[in-house]
Design a protein around this ligand. Structure first.
Ligand code: NAG
Ligand code: NAG
Ligand code: NAG
Length: 409
């Protein structure tokens, strides 16, 4: 009798252990439905056996490179005549296909003015969640000033949207858009200002109210979601603050929510992350084909610099603009593949974009980037190397798409 009870007990114990371990295993083993993981793995498999075709550097006529070399940012030492005319010229550029005329002989002059024209008014810019200034330059042109928070060598760990805006990401983004033959980023230049000498004397009251002096340095902290008096930007010991000056586009833009918006919560996936395989069908039912192609173009651009925070986007005459590119260049050792979700979920790409990318294979993309004025102040060689690796990952994604049933590329 006692023995039988023991056997029963042992049997029950076995059963419990069995149920617990199987559940544990089922929970932790990769699930079949976890499509995102499978797609990423597939792309990395393609990367390993990427055809040599994607790595050749053909000597071709290098039109963009020639244009980049011609962009001359010069010192404006004299009073510049016709400054208003130049601003007006830039205002005429935006149309359905571009917001910058890369062929304009005045491009260099306008960039020079952006980096040096006298600041006649300074205000807070309330758009977005980070500290930005809205400056008015001589001749009436409004520009956005994004201050430098980090040295370019600084590596930011964490989620793709971690940290503050990187001013250099805006500037590299602008030139990258030219290199990709999609001039859809606003003009951006590096600029040194002095809060003490250039900004405060022409600042609005509400900007002055967020300024203070500490150790004889002038600081401002602004008014925005992430702004705090404990987190100011300040002039350095030479009374200089560096940052990016970005041309404020005069056209009226329409703001849209991105279909690939993140939840910004660690434990909560967005629908596009949850249903990776079928999500594109949902998007296709809601937006036009042109819009979708536009968003896929942007995802390629964003992936190259790892600008992974595009929760919203703006359109001008139905074309998606590439605005707000400050979250790139955070970590050269990390490639957040899900920035490419529009590409690998839809497996579509414009032929022109595909050809433009092919022209940049075999190291040409980095060759072009090296022609950017002041490039060494803007990007490290680690980041340049990373951009080159990411181009190969984009080609691997295209190979994945060709082989998957979705394949339309
Ligand atoms: C412009 O002036 C600055 C400082 O005066 C100097 O460092 C820089 O080399 C000059 N740039 C050009 C293109 O002359
Ligand atoms: C936009 O402007 C450029 C240069 O001015 C021109 O070449 C191009 O054809 C224009 N595109 C459209 C769609 O109007
Ligand atoms: C504070 O800085 C200004 C300009 O940078 C300088 O002229 C002044 O001498 C400094 N004052 C002190 C007390 O260091």
């Amino acid at each position: 009798m006692i023995r039988r009870k023991n056997i029963l007990l042992v049997a029950i114990l076995f059963l419990v252990v069995f149920v617990v371990t199987t559940n544990y295993l089922l929970y932790w083993l990769p699930r079949q439905s976890d499509v995102t993981i499978t797609i990423e793995e597939n792309i990395y498999l393609e990367l390993k056996k990427l055809p040599i075709y994607y790595k050749i550097n053909e000597a071709e006529i290098d039109d963009v490179g020639t244009l980049l070399k011609k962009i001359n940012i010069v010192n404006i030492t004299h009073a510049y005549n016709g400054i208003e005319k130049l601003w007006k010229l830039a205002d005429t550029w935006p149309n359905k296909t571009q917001i910058v005329d890369i062929h304009s002989p005045q491009l260099g002059d306008i960039l020079s003015l952006l980096s040096q024209a006298k600041i006649v008014k300074a205000d807070l810019d309330h758009r977005g969640t980070q500290l930005k200034l809205l400056l008015t330059l001589e001749g009436g042109q409004q520009v956005i000033f994004k201050p430098k928070w980090y040295e370019i060598e600084r590596v930011l760990e964490g989620p793709v949207y971690v940290g503050k805006d990187r001013y250099n990401s805006e500037i590299i983004g602008f030139y990258l858009s030219l290199i990709l033959k999609k001039p859809l980023c606003p003009l951006s230049v590096i600029r040194q200002v002095s809060l003490r000498q250039d900004i405060l004397p022409v600042a609005t009251r509400r900007l002055i109210e967020t300024s203070f002096t500490k150790n004889n340095r002038t600081c401002i902290y602004g008014k925005c979601f992430f702004c705090s008096i404990n987190d100011p930007v300040c002039d350095d010991e030479h009374s200089i603050l560096e940052g990016a000056v970005i041309l404020n586009i005069k056209a009226s833009l329409i703001n849209h929510r991105s279909p690939w918006q993140r939840t910004y919560k660690k434990d909560k996936n967005a629908i596009w992350q949850e249903y990776s395989d079928s999500y594109c069908d949902i998007v296709k039912s809601k937006i036009s084909k042109k819009r979708l192609y536009d968003l896929i173009d942007v995802s390629v651009f964003d992936f190259l610099i790892q600008n992974g925070d595009r929760h919203h986007y703006e359109t001008f005459e139905e074309t998606v603009l590439w605005l707000d590119n400050g979250k790139g260049l955070g970590n050269p050792y990390k490639h957040h593949l899900d920035i490419l979700a529009p590409l690998y979920q839809c497996c579509m790409m414009r032929k022109t974009m595909y050809n433009n990318l092919l022209h940049l294979r075999g190291g040409r993309l980095v060759e072009q980037l090296r022609k950017i004025p002041n490039i060494n102040k803007l990007i490290t060689s680690e980041h340049l190397k990373a951009v080159d690796e990411r181009l190969l990952i984009i080609f691997a994604t295209i190979e994945y798409c060709k082989k998957s049933k979705k394949g339309k590329i």
